[in-house]
Design a protein around this ligand. Structure first.
Ligand code: NAD
Ligand code: DAU
Length: 335
């Protein structure tokens, strides 16, 4: 069976992808991750001795670390490694260009050298910018990124396509909407609100709370990535979405109801800079070409997610006891 190099596999989507692969396929997996604040090796505790799984600690921006992969035999690459949080990209943009752009290019060079058979770049719908009340992003929507995060992802997408055209590297790019589910770091909307509500802390809603995101349960995204890796047409981009547009305030109110906490915990705070108003995805292409659909409805996904956080309070407590406290102060104090 082939071996997949999964980069950033200790993060939220990457770890869900690895669990999904080990449970549902026969692939061998090498997880290459530098374990930044967002990487949590505990996400993979239950598979660390799995015969088809291997972890290598390494940074995609470091040529020296990438040498650790020289003798490894893999034929597929799925690149999740990234700085992924928009708010952090506003506080400190430089690392976003290093990891998301330079790191991706380093991996592309490695992929060309190894002659791999498919490189899948995990991109984002944020490269398309922001929508008004109507319309959807298609794969042909022009790039219009607003944050250092989304612009670094857009830059990476361009380089990925250049390697396809120039060096004939077989690539696909996936652009997905907002994921939610187990193992998501509590800097992102849903786990942050769950964590705060559980500790009876204020729930900081940016601006008027009416920004819209299209939410997809992470396992549905993982299934789509696998399909693209196996069956995606070389050089193609695929949009993935959850068919589940919600205003932020709807999500926050729903979480308070599920957790039986008072609405008085909601606090409207200063808006995010250049806050994209709405994302919505047209995923007709992957549906028609590869037969993919998001399978988990929002209510079921949210209930699974909240239950996971309730059953894994230790996981959350470990994270919020570290660097997270300083980040939270910096981001939310006096906001
Ligand atoms: P995450 O922040 O939870 O995880 C990122 C992982 O990458 C971490 O394990 C981290 O340690 C690792 N990493 C960071 N820099 C690295 C480096 N230089 N070398 C090696 N490893 C490094 O992110 P996520 O939410 O799981 O997102 C994964 C990918 O999916 C990202 O590329 C992101 O742009 C994309 N994406 C995310 C979403 C979402 O809703 N979370 C939606 C669409 C696309
Ligand atoms: O659309 C895909 C993108 O979704 C991914 O590419 C990113 O990696 C991922 O982080 C996510 O970006 P968002 O900025 O949409 O996600 P976030 O969870 O940070 O915020 C979701 C919405 O909630 C957004 O409108 C901002 C708002 N928000 C967020 C936080 C953390 C709040 O109102 N309060 C908060 O405290």
């Amino acid at each position: 069976m082939q071996t997949i190099l999964v980069t950033g596999g200790a993060g939220f989507i990457g770890s869900n992808f690895i669990h999904y692969l080990l449970e549902n396929t026969e692939y061998n997996i090498i997880n290459f991750d530098s374990l930044t604040y967002a990487g949590n090796i505990r996400n993979l505790d239950s598979v660390k001795e799995h015969p088809r799984y291997k972890f290598i600690k390494g940074d995609i921006t470091s040529q020296k670390d990438l040498l650790k992969l020289s003798d490894e035999d893999f034929s597929l690459v799925v690149n999740f490694a990234a700085e992924s949080h928009v708010d952090r990209s506003i506080l400190a943009p430089n690392q976003f260009v290093m990891t998301n752009v330079v790191g991706t290019q380093n991996l592309l060079n490695l992929a060309v050298k190894k002659g791999i058979s498919k490189f899948v770049q995990i991109s984002t719908d944020e490269v398309y910018g922001s929508l008004g009340p109507d319309g959807y992003f298609t794969e042909k929507t022009p790039f219009d990124p607003t944050s250092p995060y989304s612009s670094s992802k857009a830059a990476a997408d361009l380089i990925v396509m250049a390697y396809n055209k120039t060096f004939e590297l077989p690539v696909n790019i996936t652009r997905c909407s907002n994921n939610y589910g187990p193992y998501q770091f509590p800097e992102k909307l849903i786990p942050l609100m769950i964590n705060n509500a559980l500790s009876n802390k204020e729930l900081p809603v940016y601006g008027d709370g009416k920004n819209v995101r299209d939410w997809i349960y992470v396992e549905d995204h993982c299934k789509g990535i696998l399909l693209v890796m196996e069956k995606g047409e070389n050089g193609q981009v695929y949009n993935l979405g959850g068919n589940s547009e919600k205003q932020n305030i709807e999500i926050v109110e729903l979480l308070l109801e599920i957790l039986n906490k008072p609405h008085s915990l909601i606090k409207y705070v200063t808006d995010r800079k250049a806050h994209d108003r709405r994302y919505a995805i047209d995923f007709t292409k992957i549906n028609k070409d590869l037969g993919w659909n998001p399978e988990t409805d929002f209510k079921t996904g949210m209930s699974k997610t909240v239950n996971w956080y309730l059953e894994n309070r230790n996981w959350l407590d470990n994270i919020i006891s570290g660097e997270y406290q300083q980040y939270y102060e910096l981001m939310y104090k006096n906001r």
